[in-house]
Write a protein that binds this ligand. Structure first.
Ligand SMILES: *[C@@H]1O[C@H](CO)[C@@H](O)[C@H](O)[C@H]1NC(C)=O
Ligand SMILES: *[C@@H]1O[C@H](CO)[C@@H](O)[C@H](O)[C@H]1NC(C)=O
Ligand SMILES: *[C@@H]1O[C@H](CO)[C@@H](O)[C@H](O)[C@H]1NC(C)=O
Length: 466
């Protein structure tokens, strides 16, 4: 459970940017500057850029991006790209840039202060060039390695005092807390923005992670967030400014019980996001040396993906379904299956419908009569008998061709079998689309409905259809 916990929301309320470089992402060439077009982030050609980020932690006591004792930074950057991310949310603590004593420590000194001698030898083996650089230079080296690999970076001010985040009483939660002096914060943001002015792959800055705690209030939020955004833009007009909401950015706790739900919503709204977290293990976290990160995308050696199934689940969310630059000529739906990250498609006319990569999805129409038809054809989705594969038919007026979204989640797609029995779309062990008895419609907490959850997602992705 709790895949949702892997996600830290990047709530993007405003973003402005100007840039004049080019980054090649997996999918297409992104021409900077990035800017906004209503809710979308677009590049200079007006093409949508979907930020599919992973968080890389660099705000703990040592203030060195995690994992550099395990793998060369270039290998980590390449691994990030190969896992389908186009962006890193790289965290930093305010004091790294506002306290010269801290910022000018070398990586070696910082590890020594915390007694992390093993990490020093790890860094000497994997990233010898950074061991005697200052902490600020190390941070810049990481950004530049990501840039060399065409990974975009969002500089995320995660906390003031270096250390694990976040609780309501850690003194870092809201303006006026023990370590959260608004003026020092503004100074920090300004220095960071200036430092990365003209660095093309630094596309955004998030002003502060997860505002929270007893002092939080809307007036101060407006007052200081505006100040922060202005400070960033006067130092560096090229970056998108990303703001955090109150209450740890947003109260999404209700989603925790329904992580499948979550991936469905993420696909439906097609929002930009950053996954918590890249980190496989930490040099030092909460007093524990080498602490394993169970939410890490990478394993504790920073070598392999911890959970390839999960990467498949999110892969459909790593590129845009719609938005500026994607053809508007072909609006359609895809039938997304959140718990696998796959979509409904047909391999050939002769084989039953099955789940497959969303890039190969059929383009569906969902009509006011609740018929799901394959665009440009007469075929519509139909049930046959209970527990039999769903099929495509051409007589689309009977009740076995009508699909309602039912249950509290609105993620069950329900129709009637040819004998009139209510059924729901389901997936068998071979990923074939079948019609089964609807599961979990009553309030039974032990029942897991995820296999029967589908989401009709708006898309204008070009269809690979025949
Ligand atoms: C800077 O950091 C050092 C080391 O943690 C600390 O002793 C010092 O008080 C800090 N200086 C300021 C101005 O906060
Ligand atoms: C899955 O495919 C295998 C091999 O084709 C077959 O033997 C098995 O019965 C199928 N399972 C289901 C649930 O249809
Ligand atoms: C999907 O498209 C339909 C029809 O254009 C529109 O009414 C609906 O609001 C869209 N849904 C989302 C989540 O944007």
């Amino acid at each position: 459970m709790g895949r949702l916990l892997f996600f830290s929301f990047v709530s993007i309320f405003s973003f402005l940017a100007t840039f004049s470089e080019v980054v090649i992402t997996q999918h297409h060439v992104t021409a900077f500057p990035l800017s906004t077009d209503s809710r979308w982030i677009v590049d200079e050609n007006g093409q949508r850029v979907k930020l599919a980020c992973v968080n890389w932690v660099s705000h703990l006591e040592v203030m060195v991006a995690e994992g550099l004792s395990k793998q060369p930074m270039d290998a980590i950057s390449k691994r990030i790209l190969s896992m389908g991310f186009n962006c890193v949310r790289l965290t930093w603590p305010v004091f790294l840039v506002t306290n010269d004593t801290l910022g000018s420590l070398t990586a070696r000194q910082s590890f020594q202060i915390h007694g992390l001698l093993e990490s020093i030898s790890g860094i000497q083996a994997n990233n010898p060039s950074i061991i005697d650089l200052s902490l600020l230079d190390v941070y810049q080296a990481v950004v530049s390695s990501l840039g060399d690999n065409n990974v975009m970076v969002i500089l995320d001010n995660h906390i003031s005092k270096p250390g694990w985040c976040c609780s309501n009483s850690d003194g870092n939660g809201f303006f006026g807390d023990q370590y959260f002096d608004p003026d020092v914060w503004i100074t920090g943001l300004t220095r960071m923005a200036s430092m990365f002015k003209g660095v093309p792959n630094v596309v955004g800055m998030s002003l502060r992670n997860e505002l929270r705690g007893p002092k939080q209030n809307v007036n101060d939020w407006y007052r200081y967030m505006q100040k922060g955004a202005e400070a960033v833009h006067s130092a560096n007009p090229d970056v998108i400014v990303i703001l955090s909401g109150l209450n740890y950015d947003k109260d999404l706790s209700f989603l925790r019980n329904r992580p499948g739900c979550f991936l469905g919503v993420a696909a439906e709204l097609d929002f930009d996001w950053a996954l918590w977290t890249l980190v496989g293990s930490y040099y030092l976290r909460q007093g524990v040396v080498g602490m394993n990160e169970y939410y890490g995308v990478l394993d504790s050696n920073w070598r392999e993906a911890r959970n390839p199934t999960f990467l498949q689940q999110i892969s459909a969310l790593q590129s845009p379904f719609r938005g500026p630059g994607l053809s508007e000529a072909n609006p359609h739906k895809v039938i997304f299956h959140p718990s696998t990250g796959l979509c409904v498609l047909r391999k050939s006319m002769l084989e039953p419908l099955r789940l497959g990569p969303c890039t190969k999805s059929e383009a569906w129409n969902y009509t006011p009569q609740k018929i799901l038809s394959v665009k440009g054809t007469y075929f519509c989705l139909q049930t046959d008998d209970l527990a039999k594969p769903a099929k495509l038919g051409i007589i689309c007026t009977d009740s076995n061709s009508k699909w309602e979204t039912i249950s509290d989640s609105k993620m069950h797609l329900s129709s009637k079998a040819s004998n009139g029995t209510p059924v729901c779309l389901d997936v068998d062990s071979n990923n074939t689309i079948v019609a089964n008895t609807c599961k979990c419609l009553s309030k039974d907490n032990t029942c897991d409905p995820q296999n029967q959850w589908f989401k009709l997602v708006n898309s204008t992705r070009s269809s690979t259809m025949k």
